[in-house]
Design a protein around this ligand. Sequence first.
Ligand code: GDP
Length: 318
Amino acid sequence: MLFNRSSKDTPEKKGGLFERMKKALGATKENLVSKIEAVLSSRPGIDEKVLDDLEGTLLGADLGVRVTERVMDAIRTQHKKQLIRTPDDAKAEIRKQLLAILSARLDPDHSLPDSPIQVWMVVGVNGTGKTTTIGKLAARMSAEGKHVLVCAADTFRPAAIEQLTVWAERSGAQLIKSKPGVDPSAVLHDALSAASARAVDVVIIDTAGRLHTKSNLMQEVDKMRRVAGRKIPGAPHEVLLVIDATTGQNGLTQAQGFMKFTGITGLIVTKLDGTAKGGILFSICQELGIPVRFIGVGESLEDLLEFSPEAFVDSLFV
Ligand code: GDP
């Protein structure tokens, strides 16, 4: 839990976390679990042909090679020991393995270091949904009773500043912005000064999202981290990487580029609604070893859910 909840409604409380995840993951369920069920019941028993087909199905559902290998190793071992005899046995083992992958990296006591002002940086490639996600995060925290300030430090794109201005208004957050082209660290410096002066609880920083292969972008993010740390002890307290689920393995490669440089503490996977590629989330967790903190399930302000491995897996399998 990142913040103590106030009596105000979070999106989970309003719609029911499970129901909302289930709705968003409908296409992924169809692509992953319905196909698994079809393969498992395609022949009278679980045999080598069924297991081979199952492997192909997992790979085809964006789970990636490593996740597929892990699941298939577990299934084959249990099958040899005759512990898996029916489609339901196999399905239960797949569910168990997938849940373990999502849970492995979660620190149940994850709480942010004590600081009067929490500073969160949001990084990611343009188009992944960074700006929208910042708006949703700001709205969510405002609903929890926090005073939120958004810092428009993607000074590279004038449109990003304009877009963030709209999101800040919608979410009831304060905004610090500059003219396009200004050094992002200077805007950040101003934002953190304003946050201290105005008794703000949380600062959310938008950053530029030119491709990770541009090393000057990474240097820029690194400089911002140092500026934040000098202004507020321990800042940034979270560096959240936004990944677009619809980009599949490509998104994963981009994420690996960011990870090398930016000290990511958590992931936000967006656009899980309406894609059949949600299985990528398992691959992301396995490959990056960083917990998913939130998922994006639509374009509206309330379409950001706090991530729960159990709810995610149950939404697919129940
Ligand atoms: P940025 O360039 O990374 O800042 O991306 P934007 O925030 O501008 O988002 C790019 C597009 O993705 C916009 O059309 C958003 O409405 C859309 N988007 C962002 N998050 C989600 C999500 O969770 N679901 C869906 N369906 N669309 C999203």
